[in-house]
Design a protein around this ligand. Structure first.
Ligand code: KIV
Length: 289
């Protein structure tokens, strides 16, 4: 949060991300997948909203992010855009929307900008995807990289595992980060990387690192909104902090509604619309019109 009131708040830009790193100001990013939560998180003053492909899991109920498509994410991006007026908006490119070719990646990234009204895209992958990040960024679309645990290819890498436990894998991650920096990304998400390696990457690259499960030394943090709110029923990752238990709040509210309907206590007097007396009298079937 930049500490300014909403009226004087400026739109956060890609350039601000870089400035924040140099000034040692931590970057706050959160996911959102709809209009009402986009309004709230933007109003709170987060720096950036990510329309993550985690939408597939936390909203659509898929087991992984693999089935998510560009077509599914675009209307979500549009809804988030309608709610946000200050945060930097980033659309997450889903599995196989960017890996096949540079041309395909530019075309799909362009859809996130032109149709989804996002300001940047996120692409998963390190050295092997640097040429794609470079092509998209050369086409004029800001790219946020994403290394470490990359959920779209987790199966290939042996599942949802902490990355950078050995010096060798740590060095590999550093190489990934440097290749992405050279490719022109404006920031890099570090997911589930050991704190030591995340710190080394953060100190090495000039672009900001945004951590998720990667310790305390990243330039910023990102969390999935449903984890913060306690709204994802399957699990809460160990690295996430649940700040509230919205599931219980919703259960209580809907439970009260159900019992009030069953007991005839809802709707009450203040929820009903009345006719004028003169009209009500005419409605009486015993009255002649
Ligand atoms: O899809 C997503 O929400 C993400 C974040 C976890 C970084 O990629």
């Amino acid at each position: 949060m930049n500490g300014n009131s909403n009226a004087e708040r400026k739109r956060v830009t890609v350039a601000d991300f870089l400035k924040m790193k140099t000034q040692g100001q931590r970057i706050v990013m959160v996911t959102s997948y709809d209009y009402p939560t986009s309004i709230i998180v933007d109003d709170v003053g987060v720096d950036s909203i990510l329309v993550g492909d985690s939408y597939g899991m936390v909203v659509l109920g898929y087991d992984t992010t693999i089935p998510v498509t560009v077509e599914e994410l675009l209307p979500v991006c549009q809804a988030v855009k309608r709610g946000a007026s200050h945060s930097l908006l980033i659309g997450d490119m889903p599995f196989l929307s960017f890996q096949i070719s540079e041309e395909g990646a530019i075309r799909n990234a362009g859809r996130f900008i032109k149709e989804g009204r996002m300001e940047a895209v996120k692409i998963e992958g390190g050295r092997e995807m640097a040429h794609i990040a470079k092509a998209v960024s050369n086409a004029g679309i800001p790219v946020l990289g994403h290394i470490g645990l990359t959920p779209q290819t987790a199966t290939l890498h042996g599942g949802y595992r902490i990355q950078g436990k050995s010096a060798q894998s740590g060095k590999g991650l550093l190489e990934d980060a440097k290749s992405l920096e050279e490719a022109g990304v404006f920031g890099i998400v570090l997911e589930m990387i050991t704190e030591e390696v995340a710190k080394a990457i953060t100190e090495t690259v000039s672009v900001p690192t945004i951590g998720i499960g990667s310790g305390r030394h990243c330039d910023g943090q990102v969390l999935v909104l449903h984890d913060i709110l306690g709204l994802y029923p399957r699990f809460v990752p160990r690295f996430a902090k649940q700040y509230t238990d919205l599931a219980s709040t919703i259960r209580k509210a809907v439970g009260e509604y159900a019992s009030e309907v069953r007991q005839g206590n809802f709707p009450g007097e203040k929820h009903v619309f009345k006719m004028e007396d003169s009209e009500r009298n005419k409605l009486d079937p015993r009255q002649k019109s």
